[in-house]
Design a protein around this ligand. Structure first.
Ligand code: NAG
Ligand code: NAG
Ligand code: NAG
Ligand code: NAG
Ligand code: NAG
Length: 281
């Protein structure tokens, strides 16, 4: 009993005399967390442009339809694109498109899948995609140039989309007369209507969701599934881009806490050691 008291007393002294030792350890925690801010996903930048939109609206309430074409309004007017609009909003791609088109040197062509097209997907597949996958999926429907219908006759395949390189996200377009066929390696479809076209933005209706080959490529060269039976769990399209999910961030934070915890335990243990040593002397 006495021995126990004696051994804890020096420990108490250490606590009281050296508060800086213990005060420092939480201060070191930010060091362990430092990878966090650097690893923020690029998506985090998109809220900023959203804040600019109201300014643009208040600047041009009375003037004629100036400013960039509004992709959401265009699709709303056409009525049967509610799923596409929902995903455009949830991924903040609507803002991204607005900002891009606000630069008059930029242009876009969008393949817009109808609600019916989304309905043809395997049930639950869209919801099973991560935000990053949805982002890539919609970007795959965007070609970074304005293409009139006749212009499709002269494109060179495979074409680049906003989703990335044509190695990972190839899209081939072939034409016979006025018919424009689109092939992704997973899905074949045809343009079934023009929703909108100026000289900067073209929006064409497609009756199938253009599933990118990359969503179905697995390390082993297994045959790609048919569009009606896509794999439930598609590989992350972010791949080597290493965009951390919030899960990763949470894991990083909790492991940092664990490090601090271990450090504290080690210090307490050291305190006991010192106490024991001082007893021996
Ligand atoms: C478009 O760009 C102009 C000039 O840079 C800016 O004032 C305006 O807010 C932008 N509009 C939108 C909708 O982003
Ligand atoms: C685009 O149109 C939608 C729907 O009409 C509207 O909610 C949104 O504020 C518009 N965006 C801009 C930047 O004007
Ligand atoms: C386009 O697709 C249709 C079927 O949808 C097919 O009959 C036609 O051969 C295709 N044309 C080209 C040029 O790929
Ligand atoms: C696209 O076209 C290229 C070149 O013509 C061809 O090598 C490739 O297999 C085609 N891919 C698809 C998905 O049709
Ligand atoms: C798409 O069409 C090509 C020929 O144009 C055909 O070889 C291929 O099997 C079709 N793919 C699907 C998924 O229907």
């Amino acid at each position: 009993m006495l021995k126990q008291l004696l051994s804890t007393f020096p420990l108490l002294l250490i606590f009281l005399c050296c508060p800086t030792v213990f005060a420092q350890s939480p201060a070191q925690a930010p060091g362990a967390q430092s990878p966090l801010p650097a690893a923020q996903p690029p998506v985090a930048q998109s809220p900023l442009p959203a804040a600019q939109a109201p300014v643009a609206q208040s600047l041009a309430p009375t003037t004629a339809p100036s400013g960039p074409p509004n992709i959401t309004a265009i699709l709303e007017k056409a009525r049967h694109f509610t799923t596409l609009i929902r995903v455009l909003k949830s991924t903040k791609l609507d803002d991204e498109i607005t900002i891009k088109l606000n630069d008059s040197s930029q242009s876009l062509t969008m393949f817009a899948p109808t609600d019916n097209a989304f309905g043809k997907l395997k049930k639950g597949i869209l919801n099973s995609y991560t935000d990053q996958q949805k982002f890539q999926l919609i970007k795959f429907h965007l070609i970074p140039s304005f293409l009139s219908l006749p212009a499709f006759q002269t494109v060179s395949n495979p074409m680049n989309t906003e989703a990335g390189s044509n190695d990972q996200y190839p899209i081939n377009i072939t034409t016979v007369g006025n018919q424009v066929n689109i092939s992704t390696g997973i899905v074949n479809t045809t343009i079934s209507g023009t929703i909108y076209s100026d000289n900067q933005l073209a929006v064409y209706q497609v009756d199938k969701v253009l599933l990118p080959l990359y969503f179905f490529v697995t390390p082993s060269p297994s045959p790609a599934p048919t569009p009606s039976k896509p794999e439930k769990k598609a590989p992350s399209p972010s791949g080597s881009e290493s965009v951390p999910t919030t899960d990763n961030v949470a894991i990083t934070a909790s492991s940092a806490m664990r490090v601090i915890h271990h450090a504290l335990n080690a210090m307490i243990f050291a305190g006991f050691l010192i106490a024991a040593l001082s007893l021996c002397i």
